[in-house]
Write a protein that binds this ligand. Sequence first.
Ligand code: NAD
Length: 427
Amino acid sequence: MVAQNRSEERSETEKEKLDILEATQTIIKEALDKLGYPEEVYELLKEPLRVLTVRIPVRMDDGSIKIFTGYRAQHNDAVGPTKGGVRFHPDVTESEVKALSIWMSLKAGIVDLPYGGGKGGIVCDPREMSFRELERLSRGYVRAISQIVGPTKDIPAPDVFTNSQIMAWMMDEYSRIREFDSPGFITGKPLVLGGSHGRESATAKGVTICIREAAKRKGIPLEGARVVVQGFGNAGSYLAKFMHDAGAKVIGISDAYGALYDPNGLDIDYLLERRDSFGTVTKLFKNTITNKELLELDCDILVPAAIENQITEENAHNIKAKIVVEAANGPTTLKATEILTERGILIVPDVLASSGGVTVSYFEWVQNNQGYYWTEKEVEERLEEVIVKAFNNVYNTAINRKVNMRLAAYMVGVRKMAEASRFRGWI
Ligand code: NAD
C-alpha cells in the first residue's frame, strides 16, 4: 500500500514536471516564430541534444548497497560548453532535468555567456543521508558521467540541496579520474579550491538588481517598499537580507513548512541567524500563516524563491503585488503569466531574474582558466554590468515587440543559440 502511494505520488510529480517541459517548449516556439525562424530551428531546440541516465551504486553507512538514479542533460552546445547545476532531490525526473537544461541555455543567451545549457540531478533525499553517504554518492555520480563532462565540455554547479562541499568532492573525483587538477570542471567550489568571491550570494544579487530596475520602471521607490519572499534558502534568504539592507520592508517570508508575516517588517538578521542549512525557520514560531496566504499578501514586490508552479490560474487573480520577480525556476504557470500581465503586474521572468548565479559561475570558470583571481568588488561590478545590460535588453524587447517580459526574455535567449547552430551548419 505504501509502495503504491509512493508510485502514485511519483507519477503525479512526473506529470507536473512534464507540464513544465511542455510549457517551456510552447514559449520557445512562440519566441522563434516571433523572430521569424523556420520550424527546423524549433525541432532542434525543443529538446536537449543529449540526456544521459545513470544508475549509481552507493555503499550506505549500515553496509547495504543502494542504487540511485541520476541524469545529466546537455541542451545545446553550439555556442560553447554546456553549463548548469546538479540537483539532489527526491522529486527529480528526466523531464525536469531536460526543462532546466533548456532554461540554462536561455539564461546563458540572455546574459550573453559563451555557454549552452546543461543540468543534472539525482533522485535522493540528502536530508536523510549522512555526510559520508553524500560524499560517496557525489563521487559515484561524477564517475558515472565523466565521459560527457569536463571544463571544455559541460561544467556542473550547485543547485537545490547541493553545496560547495559537494562541488569540492566532485572536483576531486574528476581530477583523480583525469590525473590532473581540474578546478574549471565545476563551479560553486569553496574559495580555497578556486571558488569565486560572491558566488554564494550571486543569484540573490542578480535578483536584487532586477528588482531595483523593475521598481524604477514602475516608479516604486525601494526605500520603504513592501517585499514578500517565498523561500528562505540560498536565493530567498540572501535576497531578504539585500532588500532589508536597501531600506525595503520585508513583511513576509516562508519555507516549506509555513510563512511569517509582520506588516511592520520582519527582523531579517534574527531570522537569518536561526534558519537551518535547508532554509527552514518557520518551525520555530507559533503565529505562522500558510504559503498560500503569503503569496496573496498586500505588498509592492513579490519574489517567489522556492519551487515551481506557485502562481497558477487559481491564485493569479488574488496576487496584490505590483511587481513579481521570479528568483525560483518556473514559479508562475503560462496561464497565470497571462492573468498577471492582463492585470498590469510586471513579471521579471526566472530566466532573467535568476541569471546572477550562472554569471558568477562563469566568472569562477574564467578565473580558474586564467589562474588569476578577482576581488569581491571586481566580481560585484562585473555582475552589475551584465545584469543591468540583460535587463535593459529584455525590457526594451518587451516594449518594442509589444510582448510580455517572459516572451521577450525567451526571444533574447534563443537567438544566440539559433544563430550559432546556423553558422555551424546544424540547421
Ligand atoms: P534552497 O534549497 O536553498 O531553498 C529552498 C527554500 O524553499 C527553502 O527555504 C525551503 O524550505 C523552501 N521550500 C521548499 N519547498 C517549499 C514549498 N513547497 N513551499 C514553500 N517553500 C518551500 O534552494 P535555492 O538554491 O534557494 O533555490 C530556490 C529556487 O531558486 C529554486 O527554484 C532554484 O532552482 C532557483 N535558483 C537558485 C539558484 C541558486 O544559485 N541558488 C540559481 C538559480 C535559480
